[in-house]
Design a protein around this ligand. Structure first.
Ligand SMILES: NC(=O)c1ccc[n+]([C@@H]2O[C@H](COP(=O)([O-])OP(=O)(O)OC[C@H]3O[C@@H](n4cnc5c(N)ncnc54)[C@H](O)[C@@H]3O)[C@@H](O)[C@H]2O)c1
Length: 312
């Protein structure tokens, strides 16, 4: 039996991870989430017998210590974080409080003998890109905003705890990920929601900034494989897609696919936080995949289907 702690497990990515891991009855899953951006509907359905949920803030050590005392965790997925471009730009001090959560998770993991911590870092650590595609080991980290700096600092915590206390880790640098259950804080779900309701789709600036979009199943398949087979020990890996597109063309595609009457409206460019390009080097990730990544067209169709099922 493997006992696994998932922080942020009522969220989009960690919820999908929890659902997948809960399918294996030999896994015991403990989820902690304060529901700040998460939703109980992302938890494994009817909370399987092998799943426990605690509504708590990981930034408060006294609230999560009892979990480490009660369970002997083999692995910890630390995915809880304040997210969303607007929310993190508007609440920089709250973003910095996530440093407490990282420290809590690592101190408790050392103290209670966790075998490996998996940490959700972000493409944002690369900041405004110095090289394209962004490579885990050669692209300089140009993080400037609190959200990106906290992710970068989290990575430094993991390396330091490994060096001094021997705590093993794997860092996932997630690039834009999308799929069912994602909140409208993120561009793909927001555009789709606007298009489905015939509302204006708003874009910051000229829309020529680029992103890549990774379907959630691709993220979960590869991260679970890394966990189960023990790859990338004390290492960092980009998790994303390498199909780069502009935000304007994404908006146009969503309007076309949904047959929406929505208009695309340009707002003034954000003063900061909207990087010009994002494209990962995914050589390390792809070396573990035994199938092609989900195409954007297929991913969007699956997303639309799941939104229709939810609306029915
Ligand atoms: N979705 C993406 O494209 C993307 C890209 C890069 C990095 N990430 C990272 O992946 C992780 C998961 O993000 P997501 O997209 O699923 O977002 P999400 O908002 O769906 O999930 C985050 C979850 O963490 C919870 N949470 C936040 N602060 C908490 C706290 N202090 N204590 C307990 N729970 C807390 C939220 O309620 C939410 O359920 C985050 O660490 C995020 O920074 C996501």
């Amino acid at each position: 039996m493997q006992t696994i702690l998932i922080t942020g497990g009522a969220g989009f990515i960690a919820g999908a991870m929890a659902k997948r891991l809960a399918l294996d009855p030999t896994n015991r899953i403990v989820i902690v989430d304060n529901l700040i951006s998460g939703d109980k509907r992302n938890l494994p359905p009817n909370l399987h017998q092998n799943v426990v949920f605690l509504n708590a803030d990981v930034n408060e050590e006294a609230l999560i210590r009892p979990l480490f005392e009660a369970y002997s965790f083999d692995a910890v997925f630390h995915y809880a974080a304040l997210v969303g471009v607007q929310r993190t730009l508007m609440n920089p001090v709250a973003v910095l409080r996530d440093i407490d959560g990282i420290r809590n998770i690592l101190n408790l993991s050392v103290q209670f003998g966790v075998k490996r911590v998996f940490y959700s870092s972000s493409s944002e650590v690369y900041g405004e890109p110095v090289t394209v595609p962004q490579h885990e080991h050669t692209t300089p980290l140009n993080s400037r905003l609190p959200y990106a700096i906290v992710k970068n600092l989290g990575e430094a915590f993991l390396r330091s705890y490994q060096q001094e206390y021997g705590l093993n880790y794997t860092i996932f640098r997630f690039f834009n990920t999308y799929g069912p259950g994602q909140s409208v804080d993120f561009v793909m779900s927001r555009f789709l929601e606007m298009a489905r309701n015939g509302k204006d789709i708003t874009i910051y600036g000229d829309g020529q900034q680029t992103r890549t979009f990774c379907y959630i199943e691709d993220n979960i398949d590869v991260t679970i494989k890394i966990y189960k087979e023990g790859h990338f020990l004390n290492d960092v890996v980009n998790i994303g897609s390498d199909q780069e597109m502009t935000i304007l063309s994404l908006a146009q595609k969503i309007v076309d696919v949904t047959g929406s009457s929505s208009k695309i409206i340009h707002l003034p460019a954000l003063p900061e936080g909207d990087m010009t390009r994002r494209k990962p080097d995914i050589g390390k990730m792809i070396s573990l995949m035994d199938r092609p990544l989900t195409s954007l067209d297929d991913g969007i169709l699956q997303l639309i289907k799941s939104a229709q099922v939810c609306a029915e």
